[in-house]
Design a protein around this ligand. Sequence first.
Ligand code: CTP
Ligand code: MG
Length: 487
Amino acid sequence: MAIPDPALVVLVGASGSGKSTWAAQRYRPAEVVSSDGLRGVVGSGPADLDASTDAFAVLEAVVSARVGRRLTTVVDTLGFDTTRRRSWLTAARAAGLPAVAVVVTAPTAVCRQRNAARDRPVPAKVLAQQLRQLDVARADLAAEGWDDVVVVDTADTATAPSIEQPSAAAAPDGSRRTSTGVEVVLQLSRFPWGEDPLGWLRSMALAADEAGFSGLALMDHLVQIPQVGRAWETIPEPWVALGALAGLGTGLRLGTLVTPVTFRPAGVTAKAAATLSALTGGRAFLGVGAGWWEREHAGFGVPFPTARERLDTLDRSIRTMRALWAAGTKPYDDGRVSLPETTCYPRPVGPVPVLVGGNGEHRTLRIAAELGDGCNLTTTDPTTLSRKVAALHQHCADVGRPPDQVAVTVLDVPVVGRDRDDVWARVERLRGRTAASTFAARSHAGTVGQHRDRHAELAALGVSTVFLTTPDLGAPDDVLALADLVR
Ligand code: CTP
Ligand code: MG
């Protein structure tokens, strides 16, 4: 029993039933529009009944404005007025916002007792009348067309519906697969390292290790990409930077996500990955992709052939790297790649997992199915993800590879906050000129507990590894704050 978010939430309940208390426990103050609160704004106080008309005029304006922006809006009034309820519901429908009625009840004796204990109790007769109105409203709600009618008994807090699930217990076995079933690798894409590049990098990696991440991945770009930051912001050469982290004594797997095959001849990348594997005792992995950003190629004098040629190169590169990592030095020829010898020392310590980055269902996933140890998708939308996984598995069937040999991994860039207030402060800071509701939806803005649930859903769709980064990851504390998502 969970209430959608964002949503219009209309409270219905007698005085003292606990409506305002319930709302305050779950929502930010700005999300709750209260007739009592507005009586205190436009009148002398929450009980100033003479100010009701003005208070409701403001309330209607606030509800209409927030719902129009698809922002969560909790309407805290008695909720007995059918006409108002219907008009709020209509506004939510028009905005495409889910609309839920929450009936807040408590046993009559409890309502009376709470009422009596208040500063300005409602007269007993009025309360009795409200309880009759509540029965009428409850009967009407079913026919009004709400997406859900939730009944909350505030005398029984255990059954209260939540808009977020509490986070689950810690991993039982000390493994680095989380209790949601996925492995989580920290992806660093921003490098605000100030005057101490090495110190910053090390402290981020140590924090990732302490938080329980299974690995650390670096982007491989020559210029910071527009999806992440400004072109003049720092982005280090990843193999050099990973080398600096190899000796920290962490258990982190280290690698790139992803290395474009256009940047370096495949054999040179194979050499770098084999060296990192040797330096880390077998903890290296390699994300590879066809490359997509023309600007960084042009600016560095690196050729940027057509998409078809780049995908051909991706295919040949993986074959080349695997040949160079294999035992011995013998010649290699598989019909597409021909090498007179395969002399590459150091050898990697154990296999270097190769993840093929990219969402292309036709060729990229074909290459992943044929040559990869996994794919890396940049979508976490369940519908799109299911389609990509189905395409990958079809390719696996076509090339005769068991699908469990090709891991499904995703890049996840959510906004993560400690609590609802923190989530929304981050949304407001990060959204730029994008509407808050749009940005929040796109970035799955939520608490750690909500992201755990999302990761569990990804696991159910077949995802084994989540490469996680956040848009505001800048210091070790930001990494440690993700610990509950990782364990
Ligand atoms: N209360 C409580 N336990 C709850 C809910 C409420 O003890 N689970 C108490 C509150 O502390 C408050 C009183 O009951 O003193 C009324 O709660 P409130 O949330 O203010 O009730 P409302 O339904 O908002 O009442 P009103 O319609 O008068 O605003
Ligand atoms: Mg109230």
